[in-house]
Design a protein around this ligand. Structure first.
Ligand code: ZN
Length: 203
């Protein structure tokens, strides 16, 4: 499986990092080795002093597709999840400055938390899902999928122009504002509406 991530998909997050609003979705990939295994902690890598959490709605692909039209995109997923795109922000800034790919800062081991998936049928509208991240039991990030610059179906159309989507692939749809540094002993807990879908300790 592969993990396709979308950058800069929420206006307030673009502002907090002083990025320009893109005219097309920003895409990058994480390898499957980035996934934190169930019940494991997140270990801050030695090459970074500024790892940020980015909480993101996830979409799990359930059939193979290429050049998927937006109006048929809903047929390609039936589960929605929540996860964290851990980002070594210091390393990413350095790479961005040099015009180099971000992979090392985004795809390192442990950089992808994938929480429990919920059936799409749980939601009356996938473009109106509330989600949040609590850090040590305090609200740290919150969002609603209505605030995405590119909604789920538009992302599937766009991504599948470049990458064939396969069963089990996961799309990270971008983070709202509130990204921040994690430190040892933090606990990060994710909720879709009021259902807890992951809880992970930082070490
Ligand atoms: Zn992200």
């Amino acid at each position: 499986m592969k993990i396709i991530c979308v950058g800069r998909n929420y206006a307030e997050h673009i502002e907090e990092l002083n990025n320009a609003t893109p005219r097309e979705p920003v895409l990058f990939l994480k390898p499957d080795t980035a996934i934190v295994l169930k019940k494991q902690a997140f270990f801050i890598p030695e090459f970074s002093n500024n790892v940020h959490h980015e909480v993101e709605i996830l979409v799990k692909i359930n059939r193979v597709g290429k050049h998927i039209d937006k109006k048929f995109a809903y047929k390609y997923y039936d589960e929605i999840g929540l996860g964290i795109d851990f980002t070594a922000r210091d390393l990413q800034s350095e790479l961005k400055e040099k015009g180099l790919p971000w992979e090392k800062s985004k795809g390192f081991d442990g950089s992808a938390v994938i929480g429990k998936f919920l059936p799409k049928s749980t939601f009356s509208n996938v473009n109106d899902i509330n989600f949040r991240l609590e850090k040590n039991d305090k609200l740290q990030q919150s969002g609603n999928t209505s605030l995405m610059l590119w909604k789920i179906d538009a992302l599937i159309e766009y991504i599948s122009k470049y990458f064939t989507l396969k069963i089990g692939d996961v799309i990270f749809t971008g983070t709202p504002s509130g990204v921040a540094k994690v430190i040892s002993n933090d606990t990060l807990t994710g909720f879709i509406e009021n259902t807890e879908v992951f809880s992970i300790k930082v070490k």
